[in-house]
Ligand binder design. Sequence first.
Ligand SMILES: Nc1ncnc2c1ncn2[C@@H]1O[C@H](COP(=O)(O)OP(=O)(O)OP(=O)(O)O)[C@@H](O)[C@H]1O
Length: 296
Amino acid sequence: MSVITVSNLTKDYGKNRGIFNLSFEIHKGEVFGYLGPNGAGKTTTIRHLLGFLNADKGECHIGQLSCRTDAEQIQRDLGYLPGEIAFFDDMSGIGYLKFIANMRGMKNFEKMNELISYFELDPSGRIKKMSKGMKQKIGIVSAFMHDPSTLILDEPTSGLDPLMQNKFIELILNEKSKGKTILMSSHSFEEVERTCDRIGIIKKGRFVTIETVANLKKAQRKIYSISLQNEKAAKDFATEPLEIISINGDKVQVAIKDNIKVLTTALNRHPVTAIDVVSQSLEEIFMSYYGGENNA
Ligand SMILES: Nc1ncnc2c1ncn2[C@@H]1O[C@H](COP(=O)(O)OP(=O)(O)OP(=O)(O)O)[C@@H](O)[C@H]1O
């Protein structure tokens, strides 16, 4: 069952900036990672889902609600963590949380208190005086405290230290086990790898891929490091019809996708002393989609 549905969503800011014909669905109980370089269009998409922006073309829905016409209800029900949180700086952390709770008509504060202690947060001080990480924790508590069934989180761990990032990942896994549906934009490959079922990567406002994490890993070629008896043998090995990545002394690195037979034939023909698989991290896989560009 689709919980978040985006159809042909387009917002054209001119000069090829914005988002163009984006379509995707996020199913119940799924954690969807929304990735892309800076300026790719992640926040623009999210702002449409919250009903803060109206599309030039296309539409999006959360459950049965239209993000355009039912924005008020969506904003009340959804668990939303913005990329940049606009706080009332003069309020205390707890004052802000109670204010939001009140707006949502929240009666039960159990989850709010649990989250405050889980993230080791002292919300009594004024937000103005809080560190970036503390403010981020307030934002996270605010997004999760009413136990929403759907959450949209824009770079949720930015500003958190590694211990707290880990705690956040545990929180996501726990919420996922309860059937929550989550869209999460992120620049942290580790966080995405550990939490997401599927990933959509956008660049310049268009999808370059939407894939399961498992398939992304599978589709990737494998790198083998072959050790040979000496440098000359390594050079000879490198003349085989294989994709040679590097030759370094008596070691040759080759990339293999479907041509494993070519490799086994080559291995039989040369004085090989060892073979190691060089594992590629998901980050390296992502970077091949990002294309190594700094700009979207
Ligand atoms: N109000 C606006 N007016 C004009 N251009 C805009 C506006 N808002 C966003 N853009 C442009 O649209 C593109 C997408 O921006 P967006 O903030 O959605 O990217 P992002 O993927 O969230 O980036 P980041 O990872 O840096 O947060 C960028 O080129 C940005 O400059």
